[in-house]
Structures are given as structure tokens and as C-alpha cells.
Design a protein. Structure first.
Length: 461
């Protein structure tokens, strides 16, 4: 397991093993495990606030049991074996400082965080995978974004020496623990730092480099550029044993972008643009002759059916279901089928239900039986005062005022009422009776899968 011939070091612009074999790191980031980001977990806000909400709802005992199991089974030998079978040779392991110390007990390190890293390092090593240790969330927030577990959009790390001292102390302990492990490719001390002034990051890197080298003189340091690993102009000569890391997110890969190739944020983005952008960001490494390592990059979400900017489609993967996509029309995402035609249905605000197009009146027109006009989003407004409640649904397909007909669809399927909001309460009560096994349901219901927006997070730059 601890084969010294696997240890990496820098030789010019390459990473090589002890035997001189060149190694190009190809791998993935283990996001969502020791650093939970909202676009990975699917829940809003930062990890600290996510955990606070879970603790409040579940109680401390269930919360502790949940995360104990979560951290245990998130990444296993099967996952490492799968990555190795794909031809990958490395895993970047992002982690939150909260696994190692508490804010009310700074500098007092917790063994639990080290044990988690021990396990993932050994698991990867068994399958020939290097690990890069990445401090993704530092005390005091070293950037202004959610992915550093920052709910404030302010970075206090660069103006408070106390937070910098805690990071140096943590990395001294990490370097001491893993200095003899050859399957640790190196240390990534700060993910995507963002020093607003650009004046403090250079001196801090020099201080951190000296502290780590006093403990571990051999492991590679992977230092991200300023402004989320894109800006290297403020660095002078490269530090010894250091790889400078660029993050290369494609402009056409963000949620607010257009088609690829095509216009995104007013720029025409194609292969030539992406290459020029990468060469610009990697200029420091090419000029200094140091290795180039792309610690993160983003995909391009392109439509396979052509189209214009502002009308992009993104797949909604769903095992065993027909493929559907979302298309951006006038700034709003709408469902389309695989041929690009609009799906006859519009998402409702309630429970993802949809109103079939043929049953929707246009804005300003009378609803069924003249009971209320239809608003801009296709939802019927309340009927006039004094209208007979039993007659409000006349004219709506499948509606019976006095009783609820047996359902014409699979009772296990989700359902949406053609009338939208007008009779939502009655339909929901019928569905509840139906799910309790009474054999009743709302007639004429059609199961419609709720739509969800897909794609990467909002832009970091």
C-alpha cells in the first residue's frame, strides 16, 4: 500500500513518480461528502444551514445517526473500483474545516475528521488512485460564495489573522499525518480563494508554504489562483514544489447561458473561444514552465437538435421514463419532447401539477361554465360571490359536483387535475381517499411528472 515508487514530485512542467514515469492526473472531485454544496445535494443554502435545519427537524440523536451513516457509505471500495475501471487515477477530496475543529474551540483538532480522510485515502490507494486533499471551506470564509460554506457573501478570512492562523495550524497537522503516504498526490490548501484586494493572498501563500515544508518537504502543493482560481498575475516566481491550479468553467455551461456554439452573456462561445480563454488563464504556468493542473472544470450543455440562443434544452434523466427536456422561452423554462415540441401542459405552483393545454382558457376568457376568469398563468380566479359551490366545476372534463368518480388511471401514479387550482382542494381530498385504499379517485386524471430545472450552479465569476 505504501509503495514509495508511487510518490509524485515535480520535474519541470511534469508530475513524475520516483522512477521518473510521467503521470497525468485524471480524475473526479468527491463533492457532496465532506463538503456539502447545494447544487450537489439538491437543497438550498450552505452546509452549515442545511445541517441546522436537519438538526431542528430530526433531533440531535437522529441527526447524528444520519450523518454517521452518510459519511460512512458515501464513498466505498465499489466507487473506487468503478473509477479505476474508467481509467482514472486520482480523486480530489474537498472537505470542510468543521470536520476538524469547532468555532467555539479553535485550534483544538478533532480526530473524527482525520479518520474520514484516512479511510478515503486508503480506499483509493487499494485501487491505484491518488488523492489530492482540498480544504474547500476554511474558517472565516476565504471566498464570498456558497461553496465555502459562506452564508454572508463576505470574506473575512483575508482581514482577520485569527482565521489564517487556524488554517496554517490545520495544514501543519494534515502534513504531519500524511507526509509518509505516497498515494497522497499533494495538498490543495485553499479552494478558489478570492482576496478582494489581491494584496494578501501572496504573503499568505508564502507563509503557508513555509509552514507545510517545515513538516513535509516532499509532497506537492496545489495552489489555486486568486478570483476563484483564474487570476495568477499577482504571483511572482513560483514557489518550490508547487503546482498552480486553474479552474476552467465554460461560459456556455452555466444556467443562464445560451446555446453552444452561440451567444452566452453577449459573447459568441465556441471551441476557439474556450481554447483562448483557457490559454489566457494558464499563461502564468506556461510562462514559468510549471505543470498545469485543472482542478475543476465545467461541461457545456448543448442542444443536440440545433436551435437558437435562449432556446436551450437540457435532459431530465429519469430511469424507465420517456425523455423530456426543458427549453428556455422568453426567459422561462418550458417542457419539450425529444423532437423539441412543447409539451401540452404547464407547471402549476402546487405539487408540480400540470393543466393540459386544451383545458386551459386564455387570459381574460371565461373559465368553465363562466365561473371566474383565467389569470396570466392559466389558473382560474375565484368565482363571483354567491356562486353555487356545487356548480363551480361544470364544464370541466372529468368533474362531477356531487361525487367523485373512480379513477381512470393507475392508482399508484401521481396525478394532475385538468382544472388546475379551481378544484384543487376537492381533488386532493379525493386523492387522499384513493391512496388510503378506498377505491375512489378523481376521474379523468392524467399522471404528469413534475418538472425540475437542471444544470450547473449560478456562475462563480
Amino acid at each position: 500500500m505504501h509503495d514509495e515508487s508511487a510518490r509524485l514530485h515535480i520535474d519541470g512542467d511534469r508530475l513524475v513518480t520516483a522512477s521518473g514515469e510521467t503521470v497525468r492526473l485524471r480524475g473526479v472531485g468527491l463533492g457532496g461528502w465532506m463538503n456539502m454544496e447545494n447544487f450537489i445535494t439538491g437543497y438550498p443554502s450552505t452546509e452549515e444551514l442545511q445541517r441546522a435545519a436537519l438538526r431542528r427537524v430530526l433531533g440531535q440523536d437522529v441527526y447524528d445517526a444520519f450523518f454517521e451513516r452518510f459519511l460512512e457509505v458515501f464513498f466505498t471500495d465499489d466507487d473506487a473500483r468503478f473509477l479505476a475501471d474508467l481509467g482514472m487515477n486520482s480523486v480530489r477530496v474537498p472537505f470542510n474545516y468543521r470536520h476538524f475543529e469547532d468555532d467555539d474551540r479553535p485550534m483544538r483538532l478533532k480526530e473524527e475528521g482525520f479518520l474520514l480522510l484516512d479511510r478515503v485515502i486508503e480506499t483509493c490507494a487499494r485501487h491505484g488512485l491518488y488523492t489530492v486533499l482540498d480544504l474547500h471551506a476554511a474558517p472565516g470564509y476565504h471566498n464570498q460564495r456558497w461553496h465555502s460554506d459562506n452564508p454572508t457573501h463576505r470574506s473575512l478570512f483575508w482581514t482577520h489573522r485569527h482565521f489564517q492562523d487556524r488554517v496554517v495550524h490545520l495544514w501543519e497537522a494534515l502534513a504531519d499525518r500524511y507526509k509518509d503516504n505516497p498515494w497522497v498526490a499533494g495538498y490543495n490548501p485553499l479552494n478558489e480563494p478570492a482576496d478582494p484586494s489581491g494584496e494578501r493572498i501572496g504573503p499568505f501563500y508564502e507563509r503557508l508554504h513555509a509552514a507545510i515544508r517545515a513538516v513535509d518537504p516532499s509532497h506537492v502543493l496545489f495552489l489555486d489562483g486568486n478570483r476563484h482560481a483564474t487570476d495568477f498575475e499577482l504571483f511572482a516566481d513560483p514557489l518550490p514544489g508547487t503546482v498552480y491550479t486553474v479552474h476552467d468553467y465554460a461560459l456556455a455551461g452555466f444556467a443562464d447561458s445560451g446555446d453552444y456554439p452561440g451567444l452566452s452573456r453577449g459573447r459568441h462561445v465556441d471551441r476557439d473561444y474556450l481554447e483562448a480563454r483557457f490559454l489566457e488563464r494558464a499563461e502564468y504556468m506556461r510562462r514559468t514552465g510549471t505543470p498545469i493542473w485543472v482542478g475543476e472544470f465545467g461541461p457545456v450543455y448543448s442542444t443536440p437538435y440545433g436551435g437558437r440562443p435562449g432556446a436551450r434544452r437540457r435532459p431530465l434523466p429519469r430511469a424507465g421514463r420517456p425523455a423530456r427536456h426543458l427549453r428556455r422561452v422568453r426567459g422561462r423554462l418550458e417542457p419539450v419532447d425529444v423532437q423539441g415540441h412543447r409539451v401540452a401542459g404547464r407547471r402549476s405552483r402546487r405539487r408540480g401539477l400540470a393543466v393540459p393545454a386544451q383545458d386551459r382558457a386564455r387570459p381574460g376568457e371565461e373559465g368553465p361554465a363562466g365561473r371566474g376568469r383565467v389569470g396570466r398563468r392559466g389558473h382560474r380566479r375565484p368565482a363571483p360571490a354567491g356562486a353555487d359551490r356545487a356548480d363551480r366545476g361544470r364544464g370541466v372534463p372529468g368533474f362531477r359536483p356531487a361525487a367523485v368518480r373512480p379513477a381512470a388511471v393507475d392508482p399508484r401514479a401521481g396525478a394532475a387535475h385538468p382544472a388546475g387550482r379551481a378544484h384543487g382542494g376537492r381533488v386532493r381530498r379525493a386523492l387522499r381517499r384513493h391512496r388510503r385504499g378506498t377505491g375512489q379517485g378523481a376521474g379523468g386524471l392524467v399522471p404528469v411528472r413534475p418538472l425540475r430545472r437542471t444544470g450547473p450552479p449560478s456562475p462563480r465569476r
